[in-house]
Design a protein around this ligand. Structure first.
Ligand code: SR1
Ligand code: MG
Length: 406
C-alpha cells in the first residue's frame, strides 16, 4: 500500500526535521504553503532561531489547476529530483541544492531561494537582468550537451533516457501547446474579445502544418535531457545570480524546445510592454532590452555549445566538417518554431502568463494578446527559413507593428 498522502503544514515540519544535519532536533519550526503553480504543493519551513530555511515540494496526484478530474503520475517528483541532480552536477551555480526527497511521498527537499525574485515578476516590475542571458545560455548549452549523444556515452544515454520517460507531463505539453490552440478545444481559455483571433488559428492550415512538424519533433526527437518547462516562472533571479527550478517536465526531447521556452517568455513580456510602460521612451528601452536579451541568450548558448562540442565531444563522426554548423542551424530553427507555439498557447490555451493577464487596462490587455499572437504565428511559420537569431528580432518587430493595427 502506498504511503502517499498530501502533506499538511505539520507533516512538512516533521519531514524537514528528518533531513540529516539541517535543523537541530529541538528546533521550533514554522511552515507555510507558498505554491502558486499549476501542479504542486510547496512548503517553506523556517527555523527563526537559526534564520535558516528549506523548501519541500510535493507533487499532487492530479493537476492542481484543474482538479482531481485530471490525474497525474506522482513519478514526476522523482523525475524532477533526478533532473535537478543532473543539472546541479553540471551547473552547480545555476540550480538550487537538493537536500533530500522521498519517491513514495513524491517529495523533493531543496534550497530556499527566498532572496531571489521569480523572473516573470521581476520583468513585470520593470527590472533588468543583465547577467541572465549569459547564465541561461550556459545552463542550456551545458545541460543539453552533456546529456546528448554528443557529450555522453551513447549507450549510457539510452539508459538515462529510460529514467526520464514522462508520459503524463509530455501529454500536457502535447495537448496544451501542440494541439488545443489549433482547434475549438474544451481546455482552451481565452477572452471573448479575441475570439475572432482564436478562430483564425483554428482555420490556418499553413500554421497547422508547421505546428504538426514541431509536434513531431517533440514526440520523436530524443536529442537531450530537456528541462521541459523553461519559462520565466521556472527561473529565479537576482541582479547577479540565476537559478533554474521545476524540471518536472524533463524528458528526452528536441534541444530547441528549452531555448524556445526562454525566447517565448521574453517575447510574451515584450508583447505586454505597452500595458506596463506608458512612457514611450521607457517602452522603447524595455523592448530593446528584451530583444537584445533574446539575441544574447542565443549567442551565449551557441558559443558555449560549440566550445563544449569542440573540446569535450565524444562522437568522432560529429567532428565531420560542416556537421556542427548544420546541427546548430537545426536547433535555431526548432527554437524559433517552438517559441512561436509557446507564445500562442499562453494566449488561447489553458494556462496563461501574468505578464499579459494582469495588465489592468482592458484595451492594452487585448492589444498585448493580439500582438503576442501575431508574433507567435510569424515565428511558427517562418522558423524553418531562419538563418540567424537576428531574424527573430526583425520578425518580432514587424509582427508587433501588425498586431498594433488589428
Ligand atoms: C496543467 S499544467 C499547465 C502548464 O503549467 C506548467 O508550468 C506547464 O507550462 C504546463 O503546460
Ligand atoms: Mg512548473
Amino acid at each position: 500500500m502506498s504511503l502517499y498522502r498530501a502533506f499538511a503544514l505539520e507533516d512538512a515540519i516533521v519531514f524537514a526535521k528528518s533531513i540529516p544535519g539541517f535543523f537541530p532536533a529541538d528546533a521550533v519550526l514554522t511552515c507555510e504553503e507558498i505554491g502558486d503553480g499549476n501542479l504542486n504543493l510547496v512548503f517553506r519551513v523556517v527555523n527563526p532561531q537559526q534564520n535558516k530555511s528549506l523548501i519541500i515540494k510535493q507533487a499532487l496526484p492530479y493537476a492542481k489547476v484543474v482538479g482531481e478530474s485530471w490525474p497525474l503520475s506522482l513519478d514526476r517528483a522523482r523525475i524532477e529530483r533526478e533532473a535537478l541532480e543532473i543539472q546541479y552536477r553540471l551547473c552547480p551555480q545555476l540550480v538550487p541544492a537538493i537536500y533530500g526527497g522521498d519517491n513514495e511521498l513524491a517529495i523533493t527537499v531543496m534550497e530556499d531561494l527566498s532572496g531571489y525574485t521569480i523572473m516573470r515578476q521581476g520583468l513585470i516590475d520593470g527590472n533588468i537582468y543583465d547577467n541572465f542571458a549569459e547564465h541561461i545560455g550556459h545552463f542550456i548549452a551545458t545541460t543539453l550537451f552533456y546529456t546528448s549523444d554528443l557529450g555522453m556515452n551513447q549507450q549510457d544515454k539510452k539508459l538515462q533516457s529510460a529514467r526520464f520517460i514522462n508520459p503524463d507531463l509530455c501529454k500536457i505539453t502535447e495537448d496544451l501547446i501542440f494541439e488545443d490552440p489549433y482547434r475549438d478545444a474544451e481546455n482552451n481559455n481565452f477572452t471573448e474579445d479575441i475570439r475572432s483571433e482564436a478562430e483564425k488559428l483554428w482555420q490556418d492550415q499553413a500554421l497547422h502544418l508547421e505546428v504538426a512538424l514541431l509536434r513531431e519533433k517533440f514526440l520523436t526527437h530524443g536529442e537531450a535531457l530537456l528541462h521541459g518547462d523553461l519559462h520565466t516562472g521556472s527561473i529565479f533571479v537576482t541582479s547577479d545570480s540565476t537559478k533554474v527550478i521545476d524540471p518536472e517536465f524533463a524528458y528526452y526531447g528536441p534541444m530547441g524546445f528549452d531555448i524556445g521556452a526562454v525566447i517565448a517568455n521574453l517575447l510574451l513580456n515584450y508583447a505586454a510592454q505597452p500595458g506596463w510602460s506608458s512612457n514611450h521612451d521607457i517602452l522603447r528601452e524595455r523592448r530593446a532590452w528584451l530583444l537584445s536579451t533574446i539575441s544574447s541568450v542565443w549567442n551565449h548558448f551557441e558559443q558555449n555549445f560549440r566550445n563544449l562540442w569542440n573540446t569535450y565531444g565524444v562522437d568522432s563522426m560529429s567532428k565531420t566538417p560542416g556537421y556542427q554548423d548544420l546541427y546548430i542551424e537545426k536547433i535555431l530553427k526548432d527554437a524559433i518554431g517552438f517559441a512561436g507555439c509557446k507564445v500562442i498557447r499562453r494566449i488561447v490555451g489553458l494556462s496563461h502568463v501574468a505578464d499579459i493577464d494582469t495588465i489592468e487596462n482592458e484595451l492594452h490587455r487585448r492589444q498585448a494578446k493580439v500582438t503576442a499572437l501575431e508574433i507567435g504565428k510569424r515565428l511558427v511559420k517562418q522558423g524553418r527559413t531562419a538563418a540567424s537569431i537576428a531574424q527573430v528580432i526583425e520578425w518580432t518587430e514587424a509582427a508587433a507593428k501588425e498586431g498594433a493595427s488589428v
